[in-house]
Design a protein around this ligand. Sequence first.
Ligand code: 5RP
Length: 273
Amino acid sequence: KMAMSTSASAIPAEEQARLVEESKRLAAHQAVKDHLIPEYTRIGIGSGSTVVYVVEAIAALGPGVTAKMAFYPTGAQSEELIEAASLNLQYINKLPAGEQLDVAFDGADEVDDDLNLIKGGGACLWQEKIVAASAKKFVCVADFRKLSPRLGTNWKKGIPIEVLPMAAPRVLHELKQMGSHNPRIRPGLPGKAGAIVTDNGMWIIDAPFSPLLLPRDGESGIQAGNGENGVWTVDALADRLIKIPGVAEIGLFYGKNGLEVSTGAQKPVAAYF
Ligand code: 5RP
């Protein structure tokens, strides 16, 4: 809030960076305070720089609270975070069939007015979605920069899509036909040649689209959001993307993406700004 009430350009870069970190930390500590109750035994831990503060807040509760809890990572980074904080590491494939995590905490790249998310800026979206889908409650922790009315307004890099490398060229072609502006294979981290390789041996394509509509945007009948002229609603685009052969998972997290809506999972119950 502090940062939003001030013109960003008037703030020196270093101060801006400090405000962002402070915002992430406040959001994370508040989320843990509000949504991690001592009776919980299974907790999902997402990926990214905001989740670092979630783990910090959980570790600060002390072994008296955390010793009975098991923590389920969404990839190599969160696995390291859990271990570094001396929390009990467990894996989602060890979760007994039909049982759920009590809660999962994760970050986001953009959050719209209906709390739909773009995720995958850190290339961890596939495991993140599995952990989110396994949780009774999904808590999205996001700083003030992440909120925008429609997905694709602030996050211009595109929707992260995890693909089988051999399918990447034709997925790119299909994305262009669907109206994506300049979809690209994400390059490796600095110093690493070639494409980025996910924890699952896949590549990431970042596919920018025009800002994604919500169902109520179509009520006027002006824009249907069914892909005509490259204009999509979140649901229509997600349904279409996941059907492209070679697409493993997409970085759109929304209410009913393969989930039982009754669990509430994947739809964030809270986003903090
Ligand atoms: C990684 C993710 C992250 O949660 C997302 O990129 C947010 O990261 P950060 O907290 O560093 O802004 O989806 O794939």
